[in-house]
Ligand binder design. Sequence first.
Ligand code: MN3
Length: 214
Amino acid sequence: MKKIDSSNLSPEPQAPLPHVLPPLPFAENALEPVISSKTISFHYGKHHKGYVDNLNKFISGTEYSEMSLEEIIKNTAKKPEKTAIFNNAAQTWNHSFYWKSLTPKGGGEPPATLKKHMESSFGSIDACKKELASAALSQFGSGWAWLVLDGDTLKVIKTGNADNPLTIGMKPLLTIDVWEHAYYLDYQNLRANYVNEVLEKLINWEFAHHNSSK
Ligand code: MN3
């Protein structure tokens, strides 16, 4: 029997790396008093982590295990038999994007280029903020409010549950999570108070500007 020289064998193919929970871009208590560290600790440490863990579990051994997160989202959207993978992939993506849409010293004036774009699309910064608040409040049940680029036009849209603008070919610039777990510990049923406080004090226009110029 021929002896195999193991030094000549190519290494075993590496298992694809699982998706990881990215670090928060701020300390858990950095958004207080608008969003408490208790809310962040559950929202990030339990909800967001849960989506990442479930995604890894559901894609293990499937064609999706080789894909990037965005590819998984685009390839499973609107496929009823892939709902569990889609939901967990999109929620993983949405939450990483949401954390970056918030910053401890947020609100205020958007950067000049974005400001001009908002004024030409909505009339004024305030009108844009009003549309975001209105989308966030009128989303029935769980979902997300988004500032997006649709081609060259700035728009505000809302999506239900895990859905996001990538599935309809729009470029997300920032988002506000309006699932109850995002605000219930701090605001109970008062979604409007949460949304208005976020828009005034935490919203990260720099992040939106950065995404619009990518
Ligand atoms: Mn959430």
